[in-house]
Design a protein around this ligand. Structure first.
Ligand code: G6P
Length: 364
């Protein structure tokens, strides 16, 4: 990829459209069909090390932190290792207990974010094993970690991250599969996940081909002063990232909540002027999510659903292709990148360089 705009009006638009190729690159040469697993050359973690991991702690900032939240769920689901993600800055200022059986993973597009780098250095000083999940080859975080995965998204210029986020989540899928296959993930499940990963580039292209519909929807919601994003379990970090994307580029206030928490406060905000974007995958929580849509509808809230089938209670549904349940979060955020882009465009925002933000924050 070059820095050429290639006919796109912004880098954000260009980078959104590069995602099918970027994911293809993240998968290339890594899948091992013989053992239904993946090879991650730079990981520096042999099977014995992998099996000795008792917990996984993922650290990152902004979009990378959200990618880490999805990654933590994938690792728990596929490898059955307790995992969670935390903002790197919070972690480093709370004198964390550093545990020798925990695998720490630093996630960063630039590999230069100061808070993440400082967390890595503190962990190393205390003798922890730290891996990097990084885009920029040879960056500070890539150099200071014990090993890791390059996400191979290619250069990302727009301040708000799109294709790198997607490739981070795909890379977490690879890592979760790898860790899972050193433990109890069956060959059949390994095969199932590999088949799902291979489908991603084509499914991403399918979502992007729907762009005109999403542009129209952005027109419908651009008058909102504030928007709510909801999701449950796998859908919750997707909602958080979509909400961040919208506020970064359009400056519309947005907040993300687990759908299950609506009744504990945010329902009070629901009215026609506060639309809700709901992540509604066809998984075992479908009925629970539908119930949340009903609660919102009963309070005259407008709803835009991102789902695998049209949602009756929603005013609009963006239908995305179904993958394996564990990999659905990779796809469900993509139409919402376009929604953020078209909303910002309709409002005349400086899309590639939103006010007050920097691509990488290398100071404290
Ligand atoms: C900045 C950018 C965000 C990014 C975050 C982490 O705040 O504006 O888009 O997610 O830094 O950056 P990193 O390079 O570590 O992924």
């Amino acid at each position: 990829e070059s820095y050429d705009m290639g006919g796109h009006d912004t880098y954000m638009h260009k980078e959104i459209h590069e995602q099918a190729d970027a994911v293809d690159r993240a998968l290339r040469g890594r899948i091992d069909d013989r053992f239904s697993t993946v090879h991650l050359g730079g990981l520096n973690l042999d099977a014995r090390d992998a099996r000795a991991v008792r917990r996984v702690k993922i650290l990152g900032c902004g979009t990378s932190y959200h990618a880490g939240q999805i990654g933590a769920q994938m690792i728990e689901e596929l490898a059955r290792i307790p995992a969670d993600a935390e903002p790197a800055s919070e972690f480093r200022y709370r004198n964390p207990v550093v545990d020798p059986d925990t695998l720490y993973i630093a996630v960063s597009q630039s590999g230069e974010t100061y808070d993440v780098l400082a967390a890595v250095q503190e962990l190393k000083r205390k003798g922890a094993r730290v891996l990097g999940l990084v885009n920029v080859v040879g960056s500070a975080i890539a150099r200071e970690t014990d090993g890791g995965i390059y996400v191979h998204a290619g250069p990302e210029v727009c301040v708000v991250s799109t294709k790198c986020f997607t490739n981070m989540v795909v890379s977490f899928g690879l890592l979760a599969l790898h860790l899972g296959r050193t433990r109890d993930l069956s060959v059949a499940d390994g095969k199932r996940i590999i088949a799902g990963l291979r489908k991603l580039p084509e499914q991403i292209a399918e979502i992007l081909a729907n762009e005109a519909e999403i542009e129209k929807l952005a027109g419908e919601y651009a008058d909102a002063k504030s928007m709510m994003f909801i999701g449950r379990v796998r859908g919750y970090p997707v909602a958080r990232e979509a909400s961040l994307k919208l506020k970064e580029v359009s400056y519309i206030h947005a907040e993300a909540y687990p759908a299950s928490e609506l009744k504990h406060g945010p329902l009070a905000l629901i009215e026609p002027a506060m639309p809700t974007v709901a992540i509604v995958p066809d998984d075992d929580l479908l009925e629970k999510n539908r119930a949340a849509l009903e609660e919102i509808k009963a309070r005259s809230g407008r709803i835009l659903a991102v789902a695998h089938q049209v949602q009756e209670k929603a005013d609009h549904t963006i239908v995305v292709p179904k993958n394996e349940d564990e990999l659905d979060p990779i796809l469900m955020g993509i139409p919402l990148q376009l929604l953020a882009y078209y909303t910002a465009k309709a409002m005349g925002r400086d899309i590639d360089k939103p006010r007050n933000l920097a691509k990488s924050v290398t100071v404290e």
